[in-house]
Each structure stands twice: as structure tokens, then as C-alpha cells.
Design a protein around this ligand. Structure first.
Ligand code: ATP
Ligand code: MG
Length: 338
């Protein structure tokens, strides 16, 4: 299909995937793999930006992320799973784009600012590689000339930046790159179990796709039931406010029995259901959702060679396109000397 549009999107191999990754990104990817030519990137360069001291985690996570992708239903026959650093053209294009983009625009990126502040608060060094990652991400997206980038809300600023890079390049050197669009998931940003704005590995507020039923139960049990922190509900007979309780966000997102959710909300508002029961039903709902994923995951865990083959084959597919793009870029920029 020559006119099929392309997608590039990805994840960092810095640990297991969680429900936020599913809602913000994977759910869309699973749908879109049927309509688009997809490249799903395991961004190990990007992981090194703040995890180089734990290369073992990155190593494990490359396989882990691919296993999670297969388990949720991404189809490697349709889509390419790519290891970023195995296609060094990602680094080459990053280099050219770094020459192109002004520093002051880079420094204004709100996601980069927030993440830099977070690392500083943890007394971690900000490496040049980390600081440069929005450029590197623009190169990731533009290397296969992607048209569309399905991501969570926190990534939208980076896609906007990528659009600037593409426009600037095209203006200076001729039409080489499509100007890609972001597509945000059904739930653009899933809150953490602790009520913080984003479920995240690093904040220890996640429910993981690989959690067993008991782990899910414990994580839901410890969930906060009031995002505001100002409206503690002492008794089951106190009228509750559904909007304050993140358990209901999760019910909306994951419970396949929406009649049950509607009834729970009514009883919560009226003060005729305990937080315990809301959470028990949520545990059951999440476990129903995760069960088929767990089953498939178990098979892939027993067949790591299959997972490695998928990664090698997908990486090879992107490499061919990457070489063509770099050739286009060198010609356009006149970086040809002999
Ligand atoms: P974490 O914060 O858990 O370390 P991450 O942000 O490093 O995860 P990435 O690999 O950067 O994970 O993100 C992969 C994709 O998942 C991105 O599209 C991102 O927007 C999406 N995503 C991650 N967490 C969430 C969330 N809580 N809600 C919605 N989307 C999310
Ligand atoms: Mg991130």
C-alpha cells in the first residue's frame, strides 16, 4: 500500500508498562495498527538520558516493553518494533536537527522544563543527552517520515516542537518531511493511585500490566479516595463526591460493567456504599481487564527468542527507510563532498 500513512511512536525502556501507558497510548496503537504502517520505537537512547547508571534496567526493559506490547495485542506482522540505537541514523538525524534549532525555543518546552525540575528536585544531574531529547524525539518521528504520532497528553508539546523542526527544515531545504500530527488517547492523562496528576513508574503510583491479581488488590487498597486531600470521607454513610475519588476515573476507564459503575456512583453520592466496596469492585474490574493480557504475556515470557526475533526483524524494516531518509537529508542540505 504505497499511499498508506505512517505512524512513529514509542516508549522508553525504563521499567514495566502500566495502565497509564495503556490508556494514553497503547489502546490507540492497537486500533491504528490496522490502518497505518506503524513503527513502534523502544527508545533506549532516550532512556540513557536519565538512566545510564542503570543500564541493566534498560537491558531488561527492552525485552519487557516488547513483551508487554505483544501481550496487549500489537501485531509484529503488521507493525515494526524498533530498537532505537540499533538504527544509528536516529543519532545522525538528531545531529543535523541540533544544528538547525535555536536554543531559546528549546528551553521553552514545558514538558522538558517540568521534567528537568523533577530531576533537579531529586538532586540528579541533567545530562546534555537528556536536555537534547526533544530534538532526538523529533528525529525519531521524522526519520521514517511519520504523519501521525499517537501519544499521551504530556507528549503533545514535543510533537508541536517536532512540527516546528519539520517546517523549519522544509523551509530551508525543500519539502523533505511531512509535518506530523499528534493523536491523544481516550484518557489523555491517567492520574496515579496516589492522586498525583500522572501515573508514572518514577512516582511509584502505578498499576502495572504485569501485576498479578494480588498485587492489583494491594495497589487499589492503598489508593487515595480523595484527590483534593481536603474532603476525607470518614464513614460509608457520608455522602461522597464522585469527582474527588480517582477510583471512579479508573472505573470509567476499565470496568466493562458500566451499569455497575453507574450504580456505585449513585450509592456513593447518597452515602450508601463504602470506599472498601468501591475498591473491591475496581480490583475485580481491573483484574478482568488484565487477565487476557496476563495469559498472552505468560506465553511470550516463555519464548524470549521469539520476542528477540520480532525486535530484530522490526529494526531491520526501519533501517532500510532510515538510510533513504538520511540520503534525502544529505542531498537537501548539500552535505555531499566527494
Ligand atoms: P513514566 O512516567 O511511567 O516513567 P514515561 O513517561 O517515561 O513513563 P514514556 O515512555 O515517556 O513513559 O511514555 C510512553 C507513552 O505513554 C507516551 O505517549 C506517554 O504520553 C504515555 N503515558 C505515560 N504515562 C501516562 C499516563 N499516566 N497517562 C497517559 N499517558 C501516559
Ligand atoms: Mg515520558
Amino acid at each position: 500500500m504505497a499511499d498508506q500513512q505512517r505512524i512513529l511512536t514509542g516508549m522508553r525502556p525504563t521499567g514495566q508498562l502500566h495502565l497509564g501507558h495503556y490508556l494514553g497510548a497503547l489502546e490507540n496503537w492497537i486500533q491504528m495498527q490496522h490502518e497505518y504502517e506503524c513503527f513502534f520505537l523502544i527508545a533506549d537512547y532516550q532512556a540513557m538520558g536519565d538512566h545510564l547508571d542503570d543500564i541493566g534496567l534498560i537491558q531488561r526493559s527492552v525485552i519487557e516493553v516488547a513483551t508487554d506490547w505483544l501481550a496487549v495485542g500489537l501485531d509484529p506482522e503488521k507493525s515494526a518494533f524498533v530498537i532505537q540505537s540499533y538504527v544509528p541514523e536516529h543519532a545522525e538525524l538528531t545531529m543535523y536537527f541540533s544544528m538547525l534549532m535555536p536554543l531559546n525555543q528549546h528551553q521553552k518546552n514545558p514538558t522538558l522544563r517540568a521534567e528537568t525540575a523533577q530531576l533537579e528536585a531529586e538532586n540528579q544531574n541533567i545530562t546534555l543527552g537528556f536536555f537534547n531529547y526533544p530534538i532526538s524525539q523529533a528525529a525519531d518521528i521524522l526519520l521514517p517520515k511519520a504523519h501521525l504520532v499517537p501519544v499521551g497528553e504530556d507528549q503533545v508539546a514535543h510533537i508541536e516542537y517536532t512540527r516546528n523542526v519539520a517546517r523549519r527544515f522544509n523551509r530551508l531545504y525543500g519539502e523533505v518531511f511531512p509535518v506530523p500530527r499528534a493523536r491523544v488517547g481516550r484518557i489523555p492523562r491517567l492520574v496515579g493511585t496516589d492522586g498525583q496528576a500522572k501515573m508514572s513508574k518514577s512516582l511509584n503510583n502505578a498499576v502495572y500490566l504485569a501485576d498479578d491479581p494480588e498485587a492489583v488488590k494491594q495497589r487499589v487498597r492503598r489508593m487515595v479516595s480523595d484527590i483534593t486531600g481536603e474532603n476525607p470521607r470518614m464513614r460509608a454513610t457520608d455522602p461522597g463526591v464522585v469527582e474527588y475519588n480517582p477510583a471512579f476515573l479508573y472505573h470509567d476507564a476499565f470496568n466493562d460493567d458500566q451499569d455497575e459503575v453507574a450504580e456505585l456512583k449513585e450509592r456513593y453520592t447518597a452515602g450508601t456504599v463504602s470506599d472498601g466496596e468501591v475498591k473491591e469492585k475496581l480490583t475485580d474490574a481491573i483484574n478482568r481487564f488484565l487477565e487476557p493480557i496476563r495469559e498472552r504475556r505468560a506465553w511470550y515470557e516463555e519464548h524470549p527468542d521469539y520476542v528477540r526475533d520480532v525486535l530484530n526483524a522490526g529494526t531491520e524494516r526501519e533501517r532500510v527507510i532510515a538510510r533513504e531518509t538520511i540520503e534525502n537529508v544529505r542531498q537537501a542540505m548539500q552535505v555531499v563532498y566527494t
